[in-house]
Write a protein that binds this ligand. Structure first.
Ligand SMILES: Nc1nc2c(ncn2[C@@H]2O[C@H](COP(=O)(O)OP(=O)(O)OP(=O)(O)O)[C@@H](O)[C@H]2O)c(=O)[nH]1
Ligand SMILES: [Mg+2]
Length: 473
């Protein structure tokens, strides 16, 4: 049996009943959500998580505007898909690398959860990305443990640091020193597991933590253990303040509970997923892909995506018209930001563009800046958004307070917005054949060396890029 199969089937059954209906009533949605909740509980999802989840979907689905070209039932699937994604963390999360190498990653977890295997998998993945990882054998209680790490380390082509049955804390410290001396930029500590959480293990892990100060404490969780796994995660997090999770054995017939509740219960992101015994069976965890997989409704999800694209298309056209009529206001800016956001992290978008990928690979893009701008616009009244000119100092103070920002931030946004409007006016006045000027940029949306060069619309960047190519010829 495939992972999540039972859950997928039950969710489909719940939605099927909605399918034939033309219009959704509140009781339709509630009935469907009762089934969804049962399906989640049966998949071993934490009951609180399941309840909150269905409440949220109900709240959004009842009275939702149904998108053009979707049936109300498909609209419910769309909302469930979005909420499932959000439940698992919305975005993929990367390894937190140390400013000054080596980055220390401590792997911890119960016996047999997959720590040793995943230390090697991670080592292999990082090596492929150009790093020089070092694996450290800190499990000294099982004599075979060191040998096991050497075997998988050998298969991964990653050096293993070991000191036999020494004290694990000393081994961890020496491993970090060894990494510094030999130019390893990452140290992965494979620690011991226990059958259940006990004081001895926790004290040891705490001591390693305090001595080597890991940049990542990754809890390795066997997804087959369902609800228990989540309770374990909670305890580990309380004692160690973990930085993320690795869900292992997602290739088995897991019912899905751990994947669905771990983030909600611990508040810590799932960073990787283990999907097999082989060393290449490691994936960066993508909440959206996992949600689609759980829903198991490829066709409907594609349909929803198309509908969204069409909507984006329509909105883009409308915006272009507003550009031309000099009617672009804060609402439009907000909508643009949302559209860019839906495409994923800015760096991810840009890295897909030819010629740009290489230039930006070491740069930091602050995606949160978009959220901040979004927050400021959200704090404006309808009138202010439509007519930003009326935003006087007292309104600015209110907007700043409402969005948790400073008045200077609001000023900066207003200034940039004014420049954008001015730019559009000159563009429109000059007509299409006029000399091209650079589009003014939003504050903070470009990295240092590209400062001020992130246009609002990535499509423009692409065309700019094409121009550059032409010049080179
Ligand atoms: N199918 C599958 N098996 C896995 C996965 N990850 C680990 N395993 C298997 O699970 C078993 C335990 O893995 P280990 O890496 O030894 O686990 P550990 O946490 O280091 O165990 P202890 O050191 O004893 O605490 C091994 O047989 C692995 O091959 C996975 O993602 N999928
Ligand atoms: Mg082990």
């Amino acid at each position: 049996m495939m992972a999540f199969e039972g859950l997928s089937e039950k969710l489909s059954a719940a939605f099927k009943r909605l399918k034939n209906k033309g219009k959704l009533t509140e009781s339709d949605v509630k009935d469907a959500m009762r089934e969804v909740r049962l399906a989640l509980l049966e998949a071993d999802v934490n009951y609180k998580v399941a309840k909150e989840f269905t409440n949220k979907v109900t709240e959004r689905a009842v009275g939702a505007d149904v998108m053009e070209s979707l049936t109300p039932a498909q609209m419910v699937v769309k909302i469930v898909n979005e909420e499932l994604t959000a439940l698992m963390g919305s975005e993929e999360t990367r390894i937190n690398f140390a400013n000054k190498p080596p980055t220390v990653i401590m792997m911890c977890g119960l016996q047999g959860s997959g720590k040793t295997t995943h230390s090697a998998k991670l080592g292999k993945m990082l090596k492929r990305q150009g790093h020089r990882p070092l694996l450290a054998a800190c499990d000294v209680y099982r004599p075979a443990a060191i040998e096991q790490l050497k075997v998988v380390g050998g298969q991964a082509g990653v050096t293993v640091f070991e000191m036999g049955q020494e004290d694990p804390v000393t081994i961890a410290e020496k491993a970090v020193k060894h990494a510094k001396d030999y130019g390893n930029d990452i140290v992965i500590l494979d620690t011991a597991g226990r059958l259940h959480i006990d004081e001895k293990l926790m004290n040891e892990l705490k001591e390693i933590k305090s001595k080597v100060n890991p940049d990542e404490i990754l809890l390795v969780v066997d997804s087959m253990t369902g609800q228990d796994a989540v309770n374990v995660a909670k305890s580990f997090d309380e004692l160690l303040d973990i930085s993320g999770l690795i869900l292992t054995k997602l290739d088995g017939d897991t019912r899905g509970g751990a994947a669905l509740s771990a983030k909600a219960v611990t508040g810590k992101p799932i960073k990787f997923a283990g999907i097999g015994e082989k060393l290449d069976d490691l994936e960066v965890f993508h909440p959206d892909r996992m949600a689609s997989r759980i829903l198991g409704m490829g066709d409907i999800l594609t349909l929803i995506e198309d509908a969204e694209n069409r909507l984006d298309q329509k909105k883009s056209e409308e915006m272009a018209r507003k550009f031309q009529q000099n009617k672009f206001d804060m609402n439009d800016l907000y909508e643009q930001l949302q559209q860019i956001k839906r495409m994923g992290p800015i760096k991810g978008i840009l890295s897909k563009l030819p010629n740009i990928g290489d230039q930006i690979k070491d740069m930091d893009f602050d995606d949160r800046q978009m959220d901040r701008i979004g927050a400021m616009i959200s704090s404006m009244t309808k009138k202010e958004r439509e007519n930003p000119d009326i935003i006087n100092p007292s309104r600015k103070r209110r907007i700043a307070a409402g969005s948790g920002m400073k008045v200077e931030d609001v000023n900066r946004l207003m200034k940039q917005f004014g420049e954008m409007q001015k730019f559009m006016k000159t563009m429109n006045a000059r007509g299409k054949n006029g000399k091209r000027k650079r589009m003014p940029m939003l504050p903070g949306l470009g990295g240092s060396s590209m400062a001020g060069s992130m246009p609002l619309n990535p499509a423009r960047l692409e065309s700019k890029n094409k121009n550059k190519k032409k010049k080179k010829k």
